[in-house]
Design a protein. Structure first.
Length: 249
DNA sequence: GCGACAG
DNA sequence: ATCTTGTCGC
């Protein structure tokens, strides 16, 4: 994948091939403070169901004892939701898990997997948050700024944010609040199941982000994109560890 | 200082 | 994220 619309193709490429990356938490926070101004809120995502549209999902799996991370990028046809492309990347874990700094742990491998795709997606669905972040630069927004691609974040827990009751019907939602600021939406994708937490990443509006989340999560709580990416990165991690084991013994 | 804490 | 058995329900 070579995103022609990339805002900073050089930066994304440098990261993908192991270029500069923050080492300390202070450096990482400084990077976020720097990039937050580049997040675009205008909606550039095609409506759900648009024929010819490509929807991507990205996710990562870890084995900390082997210092290994596996990332996967999967592309679905926007109308049929059939998988049309996939790619993976394994690497050393580049950053520890620190709440608020997840992107520095996940993005290098994710960017490399995206670079390996032979298609450029119209929207990337991330596992985590976008604007719902202490510095308004969760991994979804961060990925969007580095690639120029429209992105959204769909998380499984509320992190540090609050919301009122969510209606029982699929599609019902409640604002995710950071104080009085709406940073996302708790969204019910299935009745009788906990809601998911949707937030804007880059170049997508919140209503559009929720519409895509609902479109991709008909049968299960989570979007088909992240379910596929999750399965693929786990398989990639398993194979990487098996190969390493064979080579070592 | 204490608790909370995306994945 | 990951460690883990059985169990309730469609």
């Amino acid at each position: 994948m070579t995103p022609g619309a990339a805002a900073t193709p050089g930066a994304a490429g440098a990261v993908a091939r192991g270029g500069p990356w923050p080492v300390t938490e202070a450096e990482a926070r400084a990077v976020q403070e720097e990039l937050r101004a580049r997040v675009e809120r205008a909606d550039h995502a095609p409506p759900p169901g648009t024929p010819g549209t490509l929807l991507a999902g990205v996710d990562v799996a870890y084995d900390d004892t082997h210092d290994t991370v596996a990332a996967a990028a999967v592309v679905l046809d926007g109308a049929t939701h059939e998988v049309v492309a996939r790619a993976t990347e394994c690497a050393r874990v580049p950053f520890p898990y620190v709440p608020g700094l997840l992107a520095f742990r996940e993005l290098p491998a994710v960017l490399a997997a995206l670079e390996r795709l032979d298609r450029v997606p119209d929207l990337v669905v991330c596992d985590g948050y976008g604007l719902a972040h202490p510095r308004r630069l969760g991994l979804a927004s961060h990925l969007g700024v580095l690639t120029g691609l429209p992105t959204i974040g769909v998380a499984k827990t509320p992190f540090r944010y609050r919301h009122g009751p969510v209606g029982a019907v699929r599609g019902d939602g409640a604002p995710l609040l950071d104080g009085t600021e709406e940073v996302g939406r708790a969204l019910r994708t299935r009745e009788g199941v906990r809601p998911v937490y949707v937030s804007v990443g880059h170049r997508v509006g919140l209503d559009s982000a929720c519409a895509h989340t609902l479109d991709l999560a008909r049968r299960y709580r989570l979007p088909e994109t992240t379910r596929r990416a999750d399965a693929l990165c786990r398989a990639a991690l398993r194979e990487a560890l098996e190969d390493a084991g064979r080579a070592g013994h």
